[in-house]
Design a protein around this ligand. Structure first.
Ligand code: ZN
Length: 483
């Protein structure tokens, strides 16, 4: 255990992340003979599943219906929308053979599903009366990534792609849907305590085939931005490309409007990254596969040992019957200190130590994973105290994560200040902008950053000028290094 020093969260985040997903048995990465593909291990799978439960709840409660479309998309269908295929061309995996026979039409492993979902919507939806229609699916998508791959963050098989696809009888209704998508993701990230920044991506970095893209990013411990969700207004691009028309209320035929929005494995990566510390994971109690671990502290005699174990099991039983996810660590070959290390790495929110003293006084010793504080709680009030503690831990994790994120945002007015930022600081940089691509590209090159986009919702135009060309600024624009 612990071959890598545990003090890497802020100083060497990439190594910390690789260490923590292995140490906590979340995700096995880098050992499979296909690059960019990993394995969700049982503990990680449970974290992922609880996040997906929230994702499903947020979509279902707003009238989305879960579906499952085919993994394979024929080449001619994928090519229907010209901009779309241009955006994905270099990243598509193709199935070219069935057994030993070459296929007449190559089949793509879906990089995303706008084309094959629109294909079916065209068959199913004939009238405005059936709209709005909101589908979503949670599937693997495949991208032949040529950049360096990273566990959960840049994969060739994205295993947890939740993609939603909607159809509308007017542009206005599709605009309203983009707002709902933003509301869904806001609530998701609020519940997970993940800080987010919402930006409208620049024209040159929007989703291939969309009118525009709104993106959620979070700031990782090393100051780089991670895109954790996107929402696109697709306009009529795909419905025109697939000749999909509906009857409107006035009897005319028209191409309907669409949106799509997605989140991926990166939500789990963000949860791990923004809350972690040098000791490992720190999981919010709602997500933690195990919320409480009980560590029996062995006393002297066999009889004392038995009393401690009896008391530990009885606490476990009481908590379990009240719906708390709890285990007693009864392993005899590990000392309590090694058990602490083990469960801290796994991010279990609360630990209860039970020794002879606790048995005799009825006062339990509780350790919080988020603050590492120790508390004394009377056994008789354990359940209600725990419920309050869970809530407090949840709030505290969220607050700490937001405090860090806010500390990583810098606004400057001049290019000199921007250059100073680039040499000293990391995170998100905001500068007044004239709106011209050329000026943003110059900043990208000078500072070796990427244009993240403009604030959403848009802010009042900043006073002052674009520091590149001197023209009046119409907005501010954001830059950062990104994953
Ligand atoms: Zn300019």
């Amino acid at each position: 255990m612990g071959s890598v020093p545990r003090d890497r969260w802020s100083s060497d985040f990439s190594r910390w992340f690789d260490w923590v997903i292995e140490e906590a048995e979340v995700y096995d990465y880098g050992r499979y003979p296909v690059k960019g593909m990993g394995v969700w291990r049982p503990y990680g799978f449970q974290i992922r599943r609880r996040i997906l439960d929230i994702v499903r709840e947020l979509h279902d409660s707003r009238g989305h219906e879960e579906v499952l479309f085919p993994l394979l998309i024929p080449e001619d269908l994928l090519r229907r929308e010209a901009e779309h295929i241009k955006g994905f061309e270099g990243e598509v995996y193709w199935v070219t053979h069935g057994g030993v026979d070459p296929l007449d039409v190559k089949l793509a492993l879906r990089p995303t599903s706008e084309t094959n979902i629109t294909y079916y919507e065209n068959l199913w939806i004939k009238s405005y009366k059936q709209l709005p229609k909101k589908y979503y699916q949670i599937v693997s998508v495949f991208r032949y990534e040529t950049k360096a791959t990273r566990p959960m963050i840049r994969l060739r098989e994205v295993t947890t792609f939740k993609e939603a696809h909607t159809v509308h009888d007017s542009f206005e209704d599709s605009e309203r849907q983009v707002l709902e998508a933003i509301e869904i993701y806001r609530e998701l990230f609020e519940r997970l305590g993940i800080p987010y920044i919402i930006s409208r991506r620049p024209e040159w970095d929007k989703f291939a085939g969309a009118l525009y893209t709104i993106a959620f990013d979070t700031i990782m411990p090393d100051g780089k931005l991670l895109q954790i969700g996107t929402a696109h207004n697709l306009g009529q691009n795909f419905t025109k490309a697939l000749d999909f028309k509906i009857q409107l209320a006035d009897g005319t035929l028209e191409y309907p409007w669409q949106t799509s929005y997605g989140v991926s494995d990166r939500v789990v990566a963000a949860l791990i990254a923004v809350h972690g510390d040098d000791r490992g994971l720190k999981l919010p109690p709602t997500i933690a596969p195990i919320q409480v671990v009980i560590i029996p502290i062995p006393g002297g005699s066999e009889e004392d040992k038995a009393r401690v174990l009896r008391e530990s099991r009885s606490i476990e039983e009481a908590l379990k019957s009240s719906g708390v996810r709890v285990v007693v660590d009864e392993r005899e070959d590990l000392r309590p200190g090694a058990k602490y290390y083990y469960w801290e790495a796994r991010g279990v929110p609360v630990r209860i130590d039970v020794g002879l003293e606790e048995v005799e006084t009825g006062m339990l010793t509780i350790a919080r994973r988020d603050t590492l504080e120790k508390l004394k709680i009377p056994r008789g009030r354990l359940l209600e105290e725990l419920r309050a503690l869970f809530k407090d831990i949840e709030e505290n994790l969220k607050e700490m994560a937001w405090n860090f994120a806010r500390s990583m945002i810098t606004r400057v007015d001049t290019i000199e200040e921007a250059e100073k930022w680039a040499s000293e600081k990391k995170g998100l940089l905001e500068i007044p902008w004239c709106g011209r691509e050329e000026c943003a590209r110059t900043v990208e090159e000078k500072l070796e950053v990427k244009t993240i986009g403009t604030p959403w919702p848009s802010e009042d135009a900043p006073r002052g000028k674009c520091p590149l060309c001197g023209a009046p600024a119409i907005t501010i624009v954001r830059y950062a290094k990104t994953y």
